[in-house]
Ligand binder design. Structure first.
Ligand code: NAD
Length: 481
């Protein structure tokens, strides 16, 4: 057995007392590696190092941080195929998706390398004579980062890059299922020359490492992406100390895709299949409710079923695979449970929803399409987080809009239509943080805000220049001239 991959704390790779295997969901006999499982003491050591590093790091000239982020981007781009392979091997999305995600991580570091030198403030006249006012932005201090398994490199990148760009120190806890991509990213960041203590990686469980990040009094802010139930605990714990932490939560979705009678059918089918089933449906922005008006309903459902029949579910690393396995056994159990719930509620399982056997033993599931679902059913209301989508038949646009907004979530909403009137009205009235017209609900740019409303998000947006709203704090200074 090779030595376990280590945590990075206070400028050192630290040998773990405990390590856990990282298993390939496409092939359960393939162990990607043994990875450290840290604990609360590791968080304490990382925070102490970050605290010591913060004064100097927060005062570095932005160009020094620019150079580091640029180096990180360059290495990610240069190694995108190898890193994409590692990502697909541990998470189960296809190789093309894995390489695409790694490329995205490089683009994010490149973007924030440029942002370092763009952080501007304001100078204003005071309402009082002889006084000047300056509004500036300063780093927060130590940011705790807690990330999910479904985007193992892009989500860490869109938290780490702005945190470093604006002069913060970091303690990063990746999801237990995907430590490989996190560790590879950490190695790249360390090689790029981040000073000791500025960036710390502590792999481990949410209940220990994650919890200690929430409880530690010297952590100033928590950025979290994951499920609503964990997010709720994160928010409560983060404000329970003497000094309340700044909190940013990105959570689940139950994203609607509306298909109107006047939609371009091939575009609507590709949009629905991509949004619902690519990345095995394991995207917070996946289209899990497909709301279709009567006039196109039957043609649309037939065409979607035809398209699904052309897709190959197999080993994520195999050429020709369109949909990889589900990430692990408990997620597969959850998907199967919801397929049973949908049946019991009276929806029709029109396609898929079966466990599949492939050459290697893995968590394979055929994409499941329910029809005749109603908005009240649990499969229409609760996040399943797998390759399971429900088609809801509606009368017209007005009903489609009402059903699409009838959800506790509000991350991404889509519409397929050729009507300018309906597209414009939907963009204005969809109760979601992101709206897509003739595009899948999943799939976003890196230079514009990302995030949702209602139960999907809490706190400032991520990504693009908006990231500064979370990763900096504003100071207002008054001077008598
Ligand atoms: P999860 O909530 O189970 O875990 C997320 C992270 O929280 C993990 O690192 C986990 O270890 C940690 N954690 C768990 N318990 C904790 C605790 N008590 N204290 C501190 N940390 C704790 O989510 P998951 O299963 O990893 O990811 C899937 C979820 O993430 C889905 O709901 C999905 O919609 C959501 N997601 C949202 C976005 C977004 O940007 N809105 C993006 C991707 C995924």
């Amino acid at each position: 057995m090779t030595a376990p991959f280590r945590n990075f704390i206070a400028g050192e790779w630290v040998a773990p007392t405990e390590a856990v295997p990282n298993v390939n969901p496409s092939n359960l006999t393939d162990v990607v590696g043994e990875y450290a499982r840290g604990g609360a003491a590791d968080v304490d050591a990382a925070v102490a190092a970050a605290k010591a590093a913060f004064p100097a790091w927060s005062r570095t000239v932005p160009y020094a941080r620019h150079e580091i982020l640029k180096k990180v981007a360059a290495e990610i781009f240069a190694r995108k195929d190898e890193l994409g392979r590692l990502l697909s091997r541990e998470e189960g999305k296809t190789l093309a998706e894995g390489i695409g995600e790694v490329t995205r991580a490089g683009q994010i570091f490149e973007f924030f390398a440029a942002e370092t030198v763009r952080l501007a403030g304001e100078t204003l006249p005071s309402v009082r004579p002889g006084v000047g006012v300056e509004v500036t932005r300063e780093p927060l201090g130590i940011v705790g980062m807690i990330t999910p398994w479904n985007f193992p490199i892009a989500i860490p990148a869109w938290k780490i890059a702005p945190a470093l760009a604006y002069g913060n120190c970091i303690v990063f806890k990746p999801a237990e299922l995907v430590p490989g991509s996190a560790h590879a990213l950490a190695e790249i960041i360390v090689r790029a020359g981040v000073p000791a203590g500025v960036f710390n990686l502590v792999m481990g469980k949410g209940s220990t490492v994650g919890q200690r990040l929430l409880d530690h009094p010297d952590i100033t802010a928590i950025t979290f992406t994951g499920s609503v139930s964990t997010g709720r605990k994160v928010a409560a714990a983060a404000i329970s100390g003497e000094v309340m932490k700044k909190v940013q939560l990105e959570m689940g979705g139950k994203n609607p895709l509306v298909v109107l009678d006047d939609a371009d059918l091939p575009i609507a089918v590709e949009t629905a299949v991509n949004g619902a089933f690519f990345s095995t449906g394991q995207r917070c922005t996946a289209s899990s409710r497909i709301i279709v008006t009567e006039g196109i309903h039957d043609r649309f459902v037939d065409a979607v079923k035809g398209r699904l029949a052309q897709l190959t579910v197999d080993d994520a690393l195999k050429a020709g695979t369109h949909i990889g396995p589900v990430v692990d056994e408990s997620q597969l159990d959850q998907d199967m449970r919801y397929i049973e719930i949908g049946r019991a509620e009276g929806a029709t399982l029109a396609y898929g929803g079966e466990r599949l056997n492939r050459e290697s033993e893995g968590f394979y599931l055929s994409p499941a399409l329910f029809t005749e679902a109603t908005p009240e059913m649990r499969i229409s209301r609760e996040e399943i987080f797998g390759p399971v989508a429900a088609v809801i038949r509606v009368k017209d646009y007005e009903e489609a809009l009402a059903v699409s907004n009838d959800t506790p979530f509000g991350l991404s909403s889509g519409i397929c239509t050729t009507s300018l009137k309906h597209a414009t009205h939907f963009k204005r009235n969809a109760d979601a943080g992101m709206v897509m017209v003739n595009l899948p609900t999943a799939g976003v740019d890196f230079h514009v805000p990302f995030g949702g409303r209602k139960g999907s998000s809490y706190g400032p947006r991520e990504q693009g220049s908006y990231a500064r709203e979370f990763f900096t704090q504003v100071k207002t200074a008054y001077t008598l001239a």
